[in-house]
Design a binder for this molecule. Sequence first.
Ligand SMILES: Nc1ncnc2c1ncn2[C@@H]1O[C@H](COP(=O)(O)OP(=O)(O)O)[C@@H](O)[C@H]1O
Ligand SMILES: [Mg+2]
Length: 258
Amino acid sequence: MYLELIQIRKTFVNPKQDTEVVAIDRIDLQIEKGQFISIVGPSGCGKTSLLRIISGLENSYEGDVFLDGKKIQKPESEVGLVFQQYALFPWRTMCKNIEIGLEIMGMRKSERRAIAMEYIRSFGMSGFEDRYPYQLSGGMQQRVAIARTLIMNPKVVLMDEPFGSLDSQTRNDMQEFLMDLRQKRNDTILFVTHNVDESVFLSDRIVVLSKRPARILRIFEINTPHPRDRTSKVANDIRREVIEILRQERISHSPVNN
Ligand SMILES: Nc1ncnc2c1ncn2[C@@H]1O[C@H](COP(=O)(O)OP(=O)(O)O)[C@@H](O)[C@H]1O
Ligand SMILES: [Mg+2]
């Protein structure tokens, strides 16, 4: 298995009451190379915590994460991250933002610039390479953030609500952009969203999490080819089911927390 989560459990200490809060309760998940997996779940259920664990940013948790046979224990360049806040460097141009990983690796300037310019071209951003982040639209800033991550050819890309701050039209455009990209590159992507439509449009599998502590409630497989019709019967049926599971979860009583 390419990416494997085994019995992941995460607790936080609430310093005021000196009590433990269980954020993630024994999650097992197996992801094949080239799969696009969405994770949906109520806000505050533990999605970001789960991505932080996979990315190696979190060091106190139970369980194991294996990527391509190797245990993840610290941040690795093999794991790419894209967050909702673009986190671009405001003092660097588009091109210099995209190059940054290659620069840190020590690649020669002319070489890294050529690779970054190729990303800029294929991402439809030619002519903007010398602009600064504040001169770019939200959609373009997010494409820069994606290019900056993919240029390192990570083994897995973790995206945490990457389109959450975009208006709905730009969001749809970005979903289509991401799907086009994926047809060409076949990246392995773990995509957190609380937008059910988005998960149905994009994913090979949708993992539905419970409210905190996060457990897996259901996994949906979606095999329809891309580009997908957002209003097809299959899409509507899955959407309805996911929304219903999340609704039930909201109105159910909280389990005792630990
Ligand atoms: N650093 C922290 N210290 C204490 N509690 C935290 C910390 N980070 C997250 N939590 C708690 O863990 C739960 C899950 O958080 P998070 O993973 O950010 O949820 P999500 O991304 O699904 O909204 C939340 O209830 C939050 O209050
Ligand atoms: Mg989150």
